[in-house]
Design a protein around this ligand. Structure first.
Ligand code: IMP
Length: 430
């Protein structure tokens, strides 16, 4: 039995929530290792929608332990809201079921203020961040002035750190970003109140994972965002501030690479992106609208309309290499139903040359023209399919071609939002 990492192969919003939810059934521990409440997993359980931003999706499964690793940036206010709201829905959420790494960095009100003020100053060239303070929090982590969950245990240290940080942030906010200064006292008081609630959840997540592995337990590492939003390997600067690729599970949860056995890459049957940045296969026509509407493509966190386009296998192949994928989990195949012709981007044409990589430079990227292969579509509703043989032949051909071009086998195909609307092809924990 092995451990599994689930990551997004595109620009996020691949439908990881549902896949993680399915795989969580087979796991004992579910661990988040990067990002923060910029992520949002929409889960449909017994027909009821639930959105989780921070707490791993596995929390809906009784008797599973969920952990928030050191690589995650945690807004304590959001975490407490999620704990309360899940408790209201009857989810048992005691500290025995949820741990927060003592080394996780905390998002502070000045991080959110900086995120929003920086975007406002950028105007047209803004990144389109979620405004949740993710980038500024990671900046402080790297600048070695961040506030960690551990600091909630020492209230005098906490207050002093907030005071020192706020001096610098207020200078930036008022003198450079035309924004309002924040007051110290309300922040300190709010964080002291939240400390009282969160302290029982704080633990050494790396040690907990190690003990679980020694006890023969199965771990699911739940990635957020997607490979092309990676701070190093994504379409920089239109990226998030963490590494959503599989290797980050090691640093962000505190485990060695030998403990990651199966890397499942989630690939949506088409491509979407929220926020600004390159998107070679974007469709600004009625087909794009069809995908957007049929796929209900609105961001789970910000409610923004997602940009839509054809499946880009140059990008997916980039993700195959960067993540070392063992399998592909295809989501939202049912959204393609009703389109007469489908297209898959198999290469880019850059200045008259055919290339099969994603250029690092924005200028080159903007000159890339997708090279497409065309496929016949299908009209039949496929949400009832539970076996590959129950799919229309055209859908089968579409999937086979994806496996061929990526060289990676499918572990599941999702044909609807419900848990049961899935064709399962492989158990990644075996
Ligand atoms: P940030 O992560 O809020 O700093 O936003 C940086 C970029 O990443 C923006 O384009 C966001 O729209 C995008 N982004 C962040 N989180 C997600 C996600 O979970 N899904 C899709 N896009 C995301």
């Amino acid at each position: 039995m092995g451990n599994v990492v689930v990551i997004g192969t595109q620009w996020g919003d691949e439908g990881k929530g549902k896949v993680v939810d399915l795989m969580a059934e087979k796991a004992d521990l579910i661990v988040r290792f990067q990002g923060g409440n910029n992520a949002g997993h929409t889960l449909v359980v017994k027909g009821i929608k639930t959105i989780c931003h921070l707490i791993p999706s596995g929390i809906l499964h009784d008797a599973k332990k969920c952990l928030i690793g050191n690589g995650v940036v945690v807004d304590p206010e959001v975490l407490i809201q999620e704990i309360d709201s899940l408790r209201d829905k009857g989810v048992d959420l005691n500290p025995g079921r949820l741990s927060l790494s003592e080394k996780a960095h905390l998002i502070m009100p000045y991080h959110r203020a900086l995120d929003v003020a920086r975007e406002a100053v950028k105007g047209q060239s803004k990144i389109g961040t979620t405004g949740r303070g993710i980038g500024p929090c990671y900046e402080d982590k790297v600048a070695r002035i961040g506030i960690r969950a551990l600091d909630l245990l020492e209230t005098d240290v906490l207050e002093e750190k907030i005071r020192i940080n706020l001096e610098e942030k207020n200078f930036l906010l008022t003198r450079f970003l035309n924004a309002e200064a924040l007051e110290l006292r309300p922040i300190v008081d709010a964080y002291l109140d939240m400390a009282a609630i969160l302290v029982p959840y704080i633990s050494d997540v790396s040690v907990e994972i190690d003990a679980a592995i020694r006890g023969g337990k199965k771990i699911l590492f739940e990635g957020a965002q997607g490979t092309h939003l990676d701070i190093d390997h994504g379409t920089y600067p239109y990226v998030t501030s963490s590494n959503p690729i599989s290797g980050a599970a090691c640093a962000g949860a505190g485990v060695g690479p030998d403990k990651l056995h199966h890397i499942a890459g989630i690939v949506k049957a088409y491509t979407t992106r929220v926020g600004a940045g390159p998107f070679p296969t974007e469709l600004l026509d009625e087909t794009g609208d069809y995908l957007q509407q049929r796929g209900a493509e609105f961001g789970a966190t910000t409610g923004r309309r997602r940009r839509c386009g054809w499946l880009d296998l140059v990008a997916v192949n980039n993700a195959v290499r960067l993540n070392g994928l063992t399998s592909l989990a295809m989501t939202k195949l049912d959204v393609l139903t009703g389109l007469k012709t489908l297209k898959i981007c198999v290469a880019y044409e850059l200045d008259g040359k055919r290339i099969s990589y994603v250029p690092a430079g924005l200028k080159e990227m903007s000159r890339c023209v997708p090279v497409y292969e065309d496929f016949p579509g299908w009209k039949e509703e496929i949400s009832g399919a539970r076996e590959m043989s129950e799919l229309p032949a055209a859908a089968g051909e579409y999937l086979k071609r994806i496996e061929k071009i990526t060289g990676v086998s499918l572990s599941l195909v999702s044909v609807g939002p419900g848990r049961e609307q899935t064709i399962e092809l492989m158990d990644p924990f075996r």
